[in-house]
Design a protein around this ligand. Structure first.
Ligand code: ZN
Length: 346
């Protein structure tokens, strides 16, 4: 049995990466030993691997779309980083995966589930944005389907993953999961995608959408044209609180407006939470209320606490408190980021 030392610190980025309130608890826990790790070989870089992730079966949500829904919204030791959805699109030409999860172990779990669903191989992967819970599982897919497996993302997403941000997410996930994601390699996207790109998979057409900064500067959404089903990454969530450190409130509202114009009547599948036609309305109402109060407080130069108090008292916000995972720990920061953005724009 080999013990890992706690991962090295990355102080300069800590504030930004600890976008979620409960991450502080994960950091504290990461200092403890990780007795569940096993040693399999002699090369320290390769042989320390976190444990298998328990199976979560795919749920069919439309003719061609299947989702592994993550029950939790935040990474912890007990969920081993299982915090974001993994989507499979079954096509005549093979399976397309939309986001690969937060670790190699989660990617491997998804592949185990996929093999119960179909004998077809994975022929392409899309990464919606550069937050690690959406691409750290790439490692498992190239191991299973070859180094040349096309992995599509926007160029800025690839650059972030290849740069310091990619390593920071890899290290942060180790801390948050108390090393459960150990062994996960950074596998960056190898194909560029841009707004309007169309992909022909025989019976299924995928179309890429991008409308500026929303959750990050380079979110790509993937429309499954025949199913009127659109995977939106973290541009929208369903009863979850996003990490908005890299995002924009008015940008998110504008992005959603353009999505609705481009794909009217679509069903929206978020990276966190369940799919539904009402997902956009839920997210838009929350963002709109917070943004209005943030702008008002900024105009009054009243400070972030005033924005937080006013927004939390708004029924459009308050009504979502009970049903939303991680609300109490995160809503204050979520609103203060909106205030900072409003102040900058004022
Ligand atoms: Zn994200």
């Amino acid at each position: 049995m080999q013990r890992l030392r706690p991962a090295t610190a990355f102080q300069p980025q800590r504030r930004r990466l600890l976008g979620w309130g409960l991450a502080a608890a994960g950091l504290a826990a990461a200092g403890a030993a990780a007795p569940h790790l096993a040693a399999f070989a002699t090369d320290a870089a390769d042989f320390i691997r976190g444990p298998k992730v328990p199976d979560v079966p795919f749920t069919k949500v439309s003719d061609h779309v299947f989702v592994i829904y993550a029950a939790d919204g935040f990474p912890t030791e007990s969920n081993q980083g299982m915090m974001s959805n993994i989507t499979a699109v079954k096509t005549a030409k093979g399976v397309v995966i939309l986001d690969t999860g937060a670790s190699v172990q989660i990617g491997e779990m998804a592949i185990r589930q996929l093999r119960k669903l179909t004998d077809q191989p994975v022929v392409a992967v899309f990464n919606s944005h550069y937050h690690g819970d959406h691409w750290l599982g790439n490692d498992a897919f190239v191991s299973a389907y070859g180094q040349d497996l096309p992995i599509y993302a926007m160029p800025h997403t690839r650059e972030q993953i290849l740069g310091a941000t990619g390593t920071e997410w890899q290290q942060a996930m180790l801390k948050w999961t108390n090393q459960s994601s150990a062994g996960t390699r950074i596998v960056a996207p190898n194909r560029d995608v841009k707004h309007g790109d169309v992909f022909d998979f025989g019976d299924v057409t995928l179309r890429a959408h991008h409308y500026g900064t929303a959750h990050t500067p380079s979110d790509v959404c993937i429309e499954v044209v025949q199913d009127k089903f659109t995977y939106v990454g973290d541009v929208m969530m369903n009863r979850r609180i996003a990490n908005m450190d890299d995002g924009s409130y008015p940008g998110s509202l504008a992005y959603m407006d353009k999505m609705e114009q481009a794909i009217p009547g679509s069903n929206w599948l978020p990276g966190h939470g369940h799919a539904g036609r009402e997902v956009m309305a839920w997210q838009r109402e929350l963002f709109a209320a917070i943004w209005e109060h943030a702008q008002q407080a900024a105009r009054d130069m009243a400070g972030p606490d005033a924005a937080i108090a006013a927004a939390k008292a708004d029924p459009r916000v308050a009504s979502k408190a009970k049903e939303t995972a991680g609300w109490d720990n995160n809503i204050g920061k979520y609103i203060s980021l909106a205030y900072l953005e409003a102040e900058q724009k004022a």
